[in-house]
Design a protein around this ligand. Structure first.
Ligand SMILES: [Mg+2]
Length: 366
């Protein structure tokens, strides 16, 4: 995983909400874990994850140094135990036999079950135990749930289980928050190459922002679509659909405004569809503010919200204008024209919204 950062973490630096996911340390590999230091800090039992911590997924040959590291730990007096809920106990047994260490199998991490069983087995307390693993949502979270400190190691090279890939995505999102608690060499020596590499350049930031912006846009589209459907086709009002009842009222109360609509439900589209879009825009505001453009502080929030809605509503107007103007772009092919018009309008408006948010709505006063 690129951008992985090493060092020890200080809980005091981030909100307690994140503490269950916070390791005590992060290291690029098991081999970088300082055994003497662990012993000095009172640790006596080392719990080990298997895949991508001591061996690659599905492999049975340990990378160079792993067996020596385990032998050294035993030499220092540590007890070692593998925690694994593998569906291939034969492989686990072979690995454990090679390393000559114990294993525990029980419920999936982050369940505390395996951690507690191992502590009972070796008669050790939580503060004498350390967990080492490559996953935040299983190894680190499970350890923290039992009061055990965890060392988060960088995943080894190579493929992994499909479900793990999803959890990696969550890790990538979460780790920027966790790194705020990292006491790294950057605090002492800013020229550390590790940190220099992790620091995004301007171009990388832009690409990251575009990707995040597209993800947020996707979620807002789903919200917009889902709410429009709910408001127009599902929600009832006085025994009929809300859209029919509202549309009929609009058509009788403002006939000159809603005369164009072919039926009551259509007349309700600008209001109910607009409401759905308005709510979806708020979703974009929240996520683009804190995640895409990483705006901090609360002082400017209301002004940003106002600028954001100005950009977004103008964007919706462009969308309608471009879509209407191009709706007959390929003469004789109304359906194809519609698709082309929609794609061009969506593309232009996405660029408009991105630039508007980056340079206007969320601009940072220097
Ligand atoms: Mg693992």
């Amino acid at each position: 995983m690129s951008g992985f950062r090493v060092g020890s973490f200080d809980r005091g630096r981030i909100a307690s909400l994140w503490h269950p996911f916070l390791p005590a340390q992060a290291a690029t590999s098991l081999l970088e874990v300082d055994l003497e230091e662990l012993w000095r800090s009172g640790k006596r039992l080392i719990l080990l994850d298997v895949d991508h911590t001591i061996v690659q997924w599905r492999q049975e040959t340990f990378p160079p140094g792993i067996e020596e590291w385990v032998a050294k730990a035993k030499g220092l007096g540590f007890d070692l135990c593998i925690l694994s809920n593998t569906r291939n106990p034969e492989r686990l047994a072979r690995l454990a036999t090679k390393l000559q260490i114990e294993t525990v199998r029980d419920k999936f991490k982050p369940s505390p079950a395996m951690f507690r069983l191992a502590m009972i087995k070796f008669k050790r307390k939580a503060d004498e135990t350390i967990m080492i693993g490559d996953q935040i949502f299983t190894d680190v979270l499970g350890a923290n749930r039992c009061g055990i400190e965890a060392i988060w190691v960088q995943k080894m090279e190579g493929n992994e289980f499909a479900g793990t890939k999803i959890s990696r995505f969550g890790e990538r999102i979460l780790r920027s928050t966790l790194y705020k608690a990292l006491v790294t060499p950057v605090d002492e020596s800013p020229e550390s190459p590790e940190i220099e590499g992790a620091k995004p350049t301007g171009e990388k930031t832009l690409i990251r922002q575009i990707i995040k912006f597209c993800i947020v846009g996707g979620t807002s589209f789903v919200i917009d679509f889902g709410l429009s459907f709910l408001f127009l086709r599902i929600l009832p009002w006085n025994g009929v659909l809300l859209s029919q009842s509202l549309g009929a009222w609009l058509q009788t109360s403002f006939p000159s405004f809603f005369g164009w609509a072919k039926d009551a439900q259509t007349a309700a589209i600008p209001i109910l569809g607009g409401l759905a879009s308005f709510i979806a825009m708020f979703n974009s505001f929240i996520w683009n503010r804190s995640w895409t453009f990483r705006v901090r502080g609360k002082a400017e929030r209301i002004a940003q919200l106002r600028r954001f809605y100005l950009i977004s509503i103008l964007g919706a107007v462009w969308n309608t204008l471009i879509f209407s103007a191009l709706s007959n772009v390929i003469s004789g092919h109304p359906n194809r024209s519609l698709v082309v018009a929609k794609v061009i309008a969506a593309g232009v408006v996405a660029v408009w919204n991105f630039l508007g948010q980056r340079y206007f709505a969320f601009r940072v006063a220097k």
